[in-house]
Design a protein around this ligand. Structure first.
Ligand SMILES: Nc1nc2c(ncn2[C@@H]2O[C@H](COP(=O)(O)OP(=O)(O)OP(=O)(O)O)[C@@H](O)[C@H]2O)c(=O)[nH]1
Ligand SMILES: [Mg+2]
Length: 712
């Protein structure tokens, strides 16, 4: 047993100093490209993640979860478990590349209590955070009550992507019997939420971490039947089952079978004694020079293997996990344990997806709002200018969502995001109209002031006054039209101003005695035509706005489609990778069983392999949901077309907005049985696809375009 002084220490150390908080940041210079997913932390020292208090209560430490929440990067999680006083904390410090960190105990009393956590930037994997979990020693007789040992062991399995099992001496039957925690995992981990009697442990391999056995103070020769063997072969030999059916054989085989069947990969490292007993009392003060060179070498090999081979922590389905997700997961599992339930992988994935996806929506909307506010100078000169900014910001916002979401069943959250962004954009468009009208009003006031003054002073109420009035009016109109800063409602505002002036013009005409009846008629006709021309200009202006907004919708769908397709492809790859890995591990085990003469067990395993194969095929053929279908189908599938129909006032209304060829006496537009859209038609009125995608059936007019298809 490893010995030395200092008492137990469960105080949460303030390691939050020195944390670099990550997350999405937008630089001051308003550049969209400057958003950087830094999202990691560097902790000066470990903190307690799960407390195991004197009364035997387990509790997640909120401050530690807060730290994990800052980690937006994917995490590689290495947890160490094993009997107390076996040098676990020392080994974890080695992985952190530090001499001190996880507290070492130098007495026979156990040191580490609960589960401690240390997050550092991954030394070998860019943009990944390494999370080291050091656990309380198992089987501490002094505790008297070891009821939490199973939970500590199970939590280490559930939270890690590599589980290091640390023991001293040799891997013999005693060592394996001491690892009975692994045989009890079925009582502490549930895979599916629906309770049924089927043995779920066949599924464990898909979600379990890789297994690494570290054997400390190893004094034997790695030889078998006179031949030199590797540490891995040493472990494999130790895990060989016995044939037979008696109770003793079953007991002998149980931990071995569990280890072989639950974990996707196995690895073994043996370590020599590091130094003399005396020196080991203060091992965290010793440098490599003070240690046995063989131990230093072995520790280095272990370090290199763990840091290069340990995969990113994934969830059921192969989704990569961020630090934030790990924090939520720890909390969920602890909540389940504390309320007397068994942590369930399937429930955890669903609950985590809900949290993550609604966070992703919130993040994306926040980003959109902030950037639109930063970028748009109201009023924009054209609708195209606003659309352009909207398109760019929206693209990034959707990307933020896609980067953070997972398992978004039927794209519920993505549709929710599209709705929210649409609402935001509609509000921005409305504001742009209001701001433009305000700007136009003030420009009109400034430019037409001399005209107003002349009207007020009665300057035009004389012979020849009408001609002068028209000349001045035309002059100011052309000045107004060339003025900058009016925004998108220049003609509409002018139309309104001119409408107000119509009666003034008529009064001046009547007062002008130089005009005979015929001339007056002719001028009136001209006035009428001008009013129509002004209205045409205003309508044309509005048509352009609407047309652009329609294009924006198309663009929104294209962008969402593009990013969704990428995401789906990535998800498919991850799921396939997970299945492939499990299948390979099972095949390897099956081969080994056949070689060792356990044909019956090997045959039994075939059923598991077949079911994985079936799942792999299903996964590749997975039918897209309605939303996916809408995005990916090229054929005019009537259900999809109906579902993605944009609710417009009726077919042909878009054409109705186009002016008729010049010279038409009527304003414009051909008569149809469908009404033309009101010119103040808002995007939100027309944009109803999202509601429809969420379930309600749609009937009505055919769509003007189909999202995501070549019918756009
Ligand atoms: N003999 C021996 N002692 C070691 C080794 N590694 C560390 N020690 C010493 O063993 C003592 C216990 O080490 P820890 O790392 O605290 O052991 P632990 O497994 O974390 O202990 P608990 O947290 O109490 O379960 C310390 O005095 C270490 O210096 C080793 O490889 N061999
Ligand atoms: Mg320890």
């Amino acid at each position: 047993m490893f010995l030395n002084p200092t008492g137990p220490d469960t105080v949460l150390r303030d390691a939050i100093n020195g944390i670099r908080i990550g997350g999405w940041s937008v630089s001051e210079n308003r550049k969209l490209t400057s958003i950087m997913p830094s999202g990691t932390v560097t902790m000066a020292e470990p903190v307690c993640l799960i407390e195991n208090d004197k009364d035997g209560n387990l509790r997640v430490v909120p401050q530690a979860v807060e730290i994990l929440k800052q980690i937006d990067q994917f995490v590689v999680v290495v947890a160490v478990v094993g009997l107390y006083r076996t040098g676990k904390s020392y080994l974890m410090n080695k992985l952190a590349g530090k001499r001190k960190g996880f507290a070492l105990g130098a007495t026979i009393q156990s040191k580490t209590k609960g589960i401690w956590m240390w997050c550092i930037p991954h030394p070998k994997k860019a943009d990944h955070t390494l999370v080291l979990l050091d656990t309380e020693g198992l089987g501490d007789v002094e505790k008297g009550d070891t009821k939490n040992d199973n939970w500590v062991f199970s939590l280490a399995v559930l939270l890690s992507s590599a589980l290091v099992y640390n023991s001293v001496g040799t891997i013999d039957n005693d060592a394996l019997q001491r690892l009975h925690y692994v045989t009890e995992l079925t009582e502490h981990i549930k895979v599916k939420s629906q309770a049924n009697d089927e043995d779920e442990s066949t599924e464990f391999m898909r979600f379990f971490p890789s297994f690494i056995w570290t054997v400390r103070d190893f004094t034997l020769q790695l030889e078998y039947d006179g031949k030199e063997i590797t540490a891995d072969e040493y472990l494999d030999n130790a895990l060989k089952p016995k044939s037979g059916h008696g109770r003793q054989v079953m007991e002998y085989n149980l931990p071995r079978n569990c280890l072989r069947n639950y974990f996707p990969t196995r690895k073994c490292f043996v370590f020599d004694r590091p130094t003399s007993a005396e020196k080991m009392k203060h091992m965290d003060d010793l440098s490599d020079e003070d240690l046995e060179p063989s131990f230093v070498r072995q520790a280095r090999t272990f370090y290199d293997y763990v840091l290069s081979e340990t995969k990113t922590k994934t969830m059921k389905g192969g989704y990569n996990m961020t630090g934030r997700m790990l924090g939520s997961l720890a909390k969920m599992y602890l909540d389940a344990i504390c309320s007397g339930h068994i942590p369930c992988l399937e429930n955890a994935v669903v609950a985590l997806a809900q949290i993550e996806n609604s966070n992703a929506v919130a993040e994306a909307v926040k980003f959109y709002k902030e950037n639109i506010a930063n970028w748009v100078a109201f009023p924009t000169e054209t609708q195209a200018e606003l659309s352009d900014i909207h398109g760019k910001v929206e693209e990034r916002a959707v990307k933020i969502f896609m980067d953070h979401c997972f398992k978004d069943e039927d794209q519920k959250c993505q549709i929710e995001l599209m709705k929210l962004l649409q609402t935001e954009y509609t509000a921005i468009c409305d504001k742009n109209v209001v701001e433009s009208k305000k700007a136009c009003e003030s420009i009109i006031k400034r430019i037409f002031r001399p005209l107003e003054e002349n009207i007020a002073s009665g300057k035009y109420m004389t012979v020849g006054g009408y001609q002068q009035y028209r000349k001045d009016l035309d002059n100011f109109i052309s000045k107004y039209r060339s003025a900058k800063g009016k925004g998108i409602k220049g003609e509409e505002s002018l139309k309104e101003y001119r409408a107000k002036k119509e009666s003034v013009g008529q009064a001046i005409m009547i007062a002008d005695r130089s005009l005979d009846e015929a001339q007056r008629k002719e001028k009136e006709n001209k006035e009428r035509l001008e009013v129509m021309e002004q209205a045409r200009r205003a309508d044309e202006e509005q048509r352009k706005i609407l047309e652009k907004q329609m294009k924006d919708q198309e663009q929104t769908y294209r962008e969402n489609m593009k990013q969704l397709e990428n995401k789906m492809e990535e998800d498919r790859k991850n799921a396939a990778k997970e299945l492939e890995m499990t299948m390979n591990s099972k095949l390897k085990e099956q081969n080994a069983l056949t070689k060792q003469g356990f044909d019956k067990q090997a045959k039994l395993m075939q059923a598991e392999i077949d079911s994985l194969k079936e799942e792999k095929t299903k996964n590749a053929q997975k039918k897209p949901s309605l939303f996916e279908k809408a995005f990916t189908t090229g054929a005019p599938d009537s259900a999809v077309l109906t579902a993605v129909r944009l609710k417009t006032p009726g077919p042909g209304w878009e054409r109705d907005l186009r002016p008729r060829s010049a010279g038409g006496g009527k304003r414009y537009g051909r008569q149809t049985s469908h009404p033309s859209p009101p010119h103040d038609l808002q995007l939100s009125n027309r944009f109803t696809i999202l509601d429809e995608l969420e379930g309600s059936s749609v009937t009505g007019s055919p769509l003007p375009f189909c999202i995501g298809s070549r019918y756009l």
